[in-house]
Design a protein around this ligand. Structure first.
Ligand code: ADP
Ligand code: NA
Length: 338
């Protein structure tokens, strides 16, 4: 059977990806290329649903794509592209929006969370319909239904489960109403994905929207600041390097990071640092983070130094994605009566 197809997207909403993005998602993007036919998308249409600056957005798309390549996304094996370069995303979103109930869309908890921050009536309609665009992002890359029952997977963290559920509902509803068109995508729980907390507030997740600069480790950050932040990260009273999410959330978060980066079980780390206190542990962790990020930063800088190559890679990705997307839309347009 053909290898399963996988689709994932990431927003270009920061100047750098952070350690949470890397360990929670992007490292798995790289690994999945060995087993899946991957479509990876920098989702700039999603990024304009909140306040933004056009020039900053354009720059961040490039920097995001460069980082993905630097991390190991291989444009010869995977299709890497920028969402706005494939207009079918917006077109399919309109069609899917027309089979989505207003109340159904209103139950999306991420919209409630995000809009609560700015006052619900100040939020854009685009932010409200965001999960429908996400459904389109996914369903455009459906394998042909019946094509050897090829698997279709979407890696999802907890926060995206509800959106994938909506995507599945819309795929089934469309198939039922207009004839089988989409393979219903499955949630894929990536191996080794870790949830990373803020270094200063270990009960909250590391996040570009809520972490202070001291709590977040950026992939493109220099070694000095990275080391400083790790050495100053919040630990707990006591000195024991022990995994204990209740009593020791700070140390537990650092252990998770160490374990994920070194691919070493937490219990081995607890043994290795038994009796040595937090200092040596943090020092070694800093070295590990720096060894991971430095080559990614250097490759990113190189890719951004001459953007022609980068632009060519993205144009090639958009052409390949567009081919698949147009194939899907040809069927959709016919089915819905256009
Ligand atoms: P942020 O929370 O910084 O805004 P996004 O929501 O854009 O990041 O998330 C992009 C991807 O990175 C998603 O797949 C998300 O699950 C993952 N991710 C974000 N923050 C973390 C984290 N702290 N730990 C693990 N994964 C994370
Ligand atoms: Na977020």
């Amino acid at each position: 059977a053909a290898s399963p197809r996988v689709l994932s997207g990431i927003q270009p909403t920061a100047d750098s990806f952070h350690l949470g993005n890397y360990l929670g998602a992007l490292r798995q993007w790289v690994a999945l290329q060995d087993t899946h036919e991957a479509f990876y998308c920098v989702v700039d249409l999603h990024a304009i649903t909140v306040d933004y600056e056009p020039a900053v957005l354009r720059r961040r798309c490039k920097v995001a794509a460069a980082q993905l390549l630097a991390m190991g996304v291989d444009p010869d094996r995977s299709t890497l592209f920028v969402q706005s370069q494939v207009p079918e995303h917006a077109e399919l979103a309109w069609v899917l929006g027309s089979i989505t109930g207003f109340g159904e869309a209103g139950r999306m908890t991420q919209f409630k969370d995000k809009s609560a921050k700015q006052g619900a009536s100040a939020a854009s309609v685009g932010l409200f319909t965001y999960p429908i665009l996400q459904a389109a992002d996914i369903l455009l890359y459906t394998p042909e239904p019946g094509e050897g029952e090829r698997d279709f997977q979407v890696p999802v963290g907890e926060d995206q489960r509800q959106h994938l559920e909506l995507t599945r509902t819309l795929a089934q509803r469309f198939n039922h109403r207009f004839g089988t068109t989409f393979v219903v995508p499955e949630a894929y729980i990536p191996q080794g994905a870790a949830k990373i907390a803020d270094l200063q507030e270990p009960l909250s997740k590391m996040s570009k929207s809520s972490s202070s600069p001291q709590g977040i480790l950026d992939v493109l950050e220099e070694s000095g600041p990275l080391r400083k932040k790790i050495m100053r990260s919040v630990t707990d009273t006591g000195t024991e390097v022990r995994y204990d999410p209740e009593e020791k959330p700070g140390v537990t978060n650092l252990l998770r990071i160490y374990s994920a980066l070194a691919q070493t079980p937490v219990t081995d780390l607890e043994q290795r640092y038994a009796g040595s206190g937090y200092g040596q542990f943090k020092k070694d962790l800093a070295a590990l983070v720096i060894d991971t990020f430095t080559p990614i930063r250097e490759r990113t800088e190189k890719l951004l130094a001459d953007e022609r190559d980068l632009d060519r890679i993205l144009a090639r990705g958009a052409a390949r994605a567009g081919e698949v997307a147009r194939g899907t839309m040809d069927v959709v347009r016919d089915r819905v009566g256009f």
